[in-house]
Design a protein around this ligand. Structure first.
Ligand code: NDP
Length: 343
């Protein structure tokens, strides 16, 4: 790692250094090697793709979660197959990521034999972005959806009391000659980490991000964090977020965002709940002419790019190509904050 010449307050890291720093901190906090590997990998992947909100800056929160009362640092996921198209991964109150890793080959095999398969991850602590998961399924030739609740920070459209999570939804579509079509977003109008960053930077929020503790619309990030966030898209975003609560909560026998927050008991660890991943096999569902299906999808994408619109994830892929060559740069303040977690 170097101090960069143009900005002495910035630290340059290779992606290997990012991963090994993350691994050292997670292991030092007591996380098992098996759990630490996928967590360090997703943090590195987020840094590689310029998604710093789910990169190294998550490490202090990860360490706090590892040391929190309900977390099981050496949890070994229990994988079961209750039906031909269903795989269940009980994460045992460790992170979601090892459960995903272990269940992935079974999900792939089931989707490719049934046309559709569902992975229900239960009892997992969850802090991560979902795009790395749907992207991995896309690279195995599968279309996929992933969703998870979080903590009850978001009020429904027409209300002012938080009952919903920021509830991310991700979708992946494999492409033959291009990176997969992937989107992944929170169903809140703004991600909670972005509101927290606006607060730190002394910025105001755009209209529609949330209400203060008295239920009045507010542009003040501190007031919205203390009050309630809003879903994007009015009643439509609220309906989508509610669907995620139901599908990745009660449907798979797990907690809603409200129940997860109660379970946390004010500790402020990462949310603990379930995650639902649905995988679909275009080879089995697509009929006789798979090439024609693929051409139709490509025509749809070309309809965007030909007029100068970009596809979701294009920015990430472009950034990835750059960081593979150049590594990443983080502020000295962030570097100090995370290296302080080492002995
Ligand atoms: P963003 O609004 O940053 O991005 C959402 C998606 O839209 C991305 O796929 C992005 O692609 C795409 N996009 C953005 N701008 C454009 C554009 N102009 N044209 C086309 N596509 C565009 O996401 P959020 O802030 O809502 O969420 C950030 C992350 O937070 C997600 O990864 C999510 O999984 C995670 N999260 C995790 C939670 C958890 O509990 N585990 C809870 C809530 C969120 P691109 O990347 O190329 O910009």
């Amino acid at each position: 790692m170097d101090k960069t010449a143009h900005d002495p307050a910035a630290i340059k890291l290779t992606l290997d250094e990012v991963k090994s720093l993350a691994l050292s901190i997670l292991r030092q906090a007591g996380l098992s090697d098996a759990q630490a590997g996928p967590v360090a990998q997703t943090i590195t992947d987020c840094e590689a793709d310029g998604r710093a909100s789910h990169g190294l800056q998550r490490l202090p929160g990860c360490v706090m979660t590892i040391k929190s009362p309900h977390f099981v640092a050496s949890a070994e996921p229990q994988i079961t197959s209750p039906a031909p198209a269903v795989v269940r991964a009980d994460a045992g109150f460790g992170y979601s990521l090892l459960a995903f890793e272990r269940a992935l080959p079974i999900l792939e095999q089931k989707a490719k034999s049934c046309g559709v398969a569902v992975l229900a991850i239960n009892n997992c602590f969850h802090f991560s972005a979902l795009w790395p998961e749907v992207e991995r399924l896309s690279k195995r030739g599968l279309v996929s959806l992933a969703m998870t609740p979080s903590h009850a920070w978001v009020a429904p459209f027409g209300g002012t009391t938080p009952v919903l999570g920021t509830n991310p939804l991700a979708f992946g579509w494999p492409r033959v000659k291009a990176d997969p079509f992937v989107f992944d977003f929170a169903t809140s109008a703004m991600a909670r980490s972005d509101i927290a960053m606006a607060k730190l930077a002394g910025k105001t929020l755009p209209d529609g991000c949330g209400v203060d503790a008295a239920g009045q619309p507010s542009n003040d990030p501190a007031a919205v964090l203390a009050g309630a966030m809003s879903t994007f898209g009015g009643h439509k975003g609220t309906a989508l977020s509610t669907m995620i609560e139901l599908l990745a909560g009660p449907l798979i026998g797990d907690m809603t965002s409200r129940a997860s927050m109660d379970f946390d008991g004010g500790v402020q660890a990462a949310p603990c709940h379930g995650e639902l991943i649905i995988a679909l096999d275009p080879a089995l569902l697509g009929g006789q002419d798979l090439d024609a299906n693929s051409r139709r999808a490509e025509q749809l994408f070309a309809g965007f790019t030909d007029q100068g619109a970009r596809l979701p994830s294009q920015q990430r892929y472009a950034r990835r190509a750059q960081t593979r060559k150049d590594g990443i740069t983080i502020s000295a303040a962030l570097h100090d904050r995370i290296t302080a977690l080492l002995p």
